[in-house]
Design a protein around this ligand. Structure first.
Ligand SMILES: Cc1ncc(C[n+]2csc(CCOP(=O)(O)OP(=O)(O)O)c2C)c(N)n1
Ligand SMILES: [Mg+2]
Length: 448
């Protein structure tokens, strides 16, 4: 049974499937859909987009490898979504503001972020990674769909300040909310669409329909094509082939110009495919077929541009090799940047709670420092941690006693049958002899 066809059956829904705008077919032929001309686009522009996609893919591969080698805690690959992101990013103006989810690596790099800025949060050395104001791009949003509200709020603010539809294309700014197919099921997204429509806020809702929300297929999330999701709110939508970088660029550029000139929000569904796992913690072979992945491989966003450039524009093998070589060099930078990321001070997360110092936060900072000090040094003054566990001092042989807090030794509870802590004792952080801080605990040295 093909769930997709059944749910999207035009006779059943009465809505039909809008044909996606396409400018380069999967086999590399140039198409000219009505209303989307790109006269000024030279071959060099397309070559630049190709290059951006190759570099992005190489970056993504390197980050995935870094995670596999234990250098990152997690990585959400954007493999397969390069065209949607590079096309979108190229159509933006500097004053536009992007509100991403967690997979928009291509947009982020195009906004001037460095690899290390993107990797920080996934290495666990930052809670954000970059200054949103410096790049007109907010930090990654893990709460699905929440960023559509942030984008709408930002756009409403611009409108209330009279900073939109002034007729000055260098000033009029658009908020771009990037979200996935799964996010469309979130209440936040419906609320964002409602407010954006009601206030005619300058927002572009850019949905990358990559066909999966972890293990849930898009067909379970919606009974209508997602490009039509905005209609009931009064927001026009358009569907674009998200694996076609030229089409993405053209469609986004036009939408942005319309929004910029005061015509209100728009929604774009970029139909693409998540070729890799949801994150490095996911195994997609458990819920989707190899045949499906293979079908999408035939529509690879990079290969089709290469075919077009080779067959219709005379770009040589050597020129492509040069791009590959640049990508490999770039990967070395990515790796080096990642490994050189400094550890944060352990109490750094108190720094940005308020813009100004706050007595309660400072009190909590001191309490945290005490606990940290104790846990990392492994001793209170009497050689025990807060829970009464005794740790070895430097050069001392370990004799470990497990105590439940304030109640003395509790055999069989805090201490397991083989003398190991278990249950509550483990959750509370009791450690086995020889337990040592992971490397990232090195920063604790600073508090000793
Ligand atoms: C509010 C909320 N609910 C659930 C999750 C768990 N979650 C993380 S990713 C994800 C799927 C999102 O799918 P989609 O919007 O299609 O984006 P994609 O990962 O495909 O880019 C879910 C449900 C979450 N992070 N936030
Ligand atoms: Mg998805």
């Amino acid at each position: 049974m093909n769930v997709h066809n059944e749910v999207m059956d035009p006779e059943r829904t009465g809505l039909g499937e809008p044909q996606p705008v396409q400018m380069i077919s999967p086999s590399g032929e140039r198409l000219s859909p009505n209303g989307y001309e790109l006269d000024t686009l030279e071959i060099t522009d397309l070559m630049t987009m190709y290059r951006s996609m190759v570099l992005l893919r190489r970056f993504d591969q390197e980050a995935t490898a870094l995670q596999r080698q234990g250098e990152l805690g997690l990585w959400p690959p954007c493999l397969g979504q390069e065209a949607a992101q590079v096309g979108l990013a190229r159509a933006l103006r500097p004053q536009d503001f992007v509100f991403p989810s967690y997979r928009e690596h291509g947009v982020a790099l195009a906004r001037g972020l460095r690899p290390r800025d993107l990797l920080r949060i996934f290495r666990g050395v930052s809670h954000g990674g970059w200054d949103p104001a410096a790049h007109n791009m907010s930090t990654y949003e893990i709460v699905i769909g929440a960023q559509t509200l942030h984008a709408t709020g930002w756009a409403m603010g611009r409108k209330f300040q009279g900073l939109t539809a002034t007729g000055d294309p260098d000033q009029d700014a658009v908020a771009v909310a990037c979200f996935g197919d799964g996010a469309t099921s979130q209440g936040d997204v419906s609320e964002a669409l409602t407010f954006a429509a009601s206030f005619e806020a300058p927002v572009l809702f850019f949905c990358q329909n990559n066909h999966w929300a972890i293990s849930e297929p898009t067909t379970l999330q919606t009974r209508v094509p997602l490009s039509r999701r905005g209609e009931g709110f009064g927001i026009p939508g358009i569907r674009v082939d998200g694996n076609d970088v030229l089409a993405c660029y053209a469609v986004v550029r036009e939408a942005l110009e319309r929004i910029r000139s005061g015509e209100g929000p728009m929604l774009i569904e970029a139909e693409t495919y998540r070729m890799g796992a949801h994150t490095t913690a996911d195994d997609p072979t458990r819920y989707r077929s190899a045949e499906e992945v293979e079908q999408w491989r035939q529509r690879d966003p990079i290969q089709r541009v290469r075919t077009y450039l080779e067959t219709s524009c005379g770009v040589s093998r050597e020129q492509f090799d040069e791009v590959e070589a640049d990508a490999d060099e770039w990967a070395t930078t990515v790796r080096r940047d990642c490994l050189e990321l400094p550890d944060p001070e352990p109490d750094a997360f108190f720094d940005h709670v308020y813009a100004e110092p706050h007595p309660l936060v400072e009190e909590e900072r001191r309490g945290y420092a005490d606990t940290w000090n104790c846990c990392t040094r492994g001793t209170r003054d009497d050689g025990h941690d807060h829970y009464g566990t005794r740790y070895r001092r430097r050069g001392e042989r370990t004799v470990e006693h497990h105590h439940d807090r304030g109640r003395g030794h509790q055999p069989g509870t805090a201490q397991g049958p083989r003398g190991r802590p278990q249950g509550r004792a483990v959750r509370r952080g009791h450690r086995r002899p020889g337990w040592r801080l992971p490397d990232h605990g090195r920063a604790a040295e600073g508090l000793r």
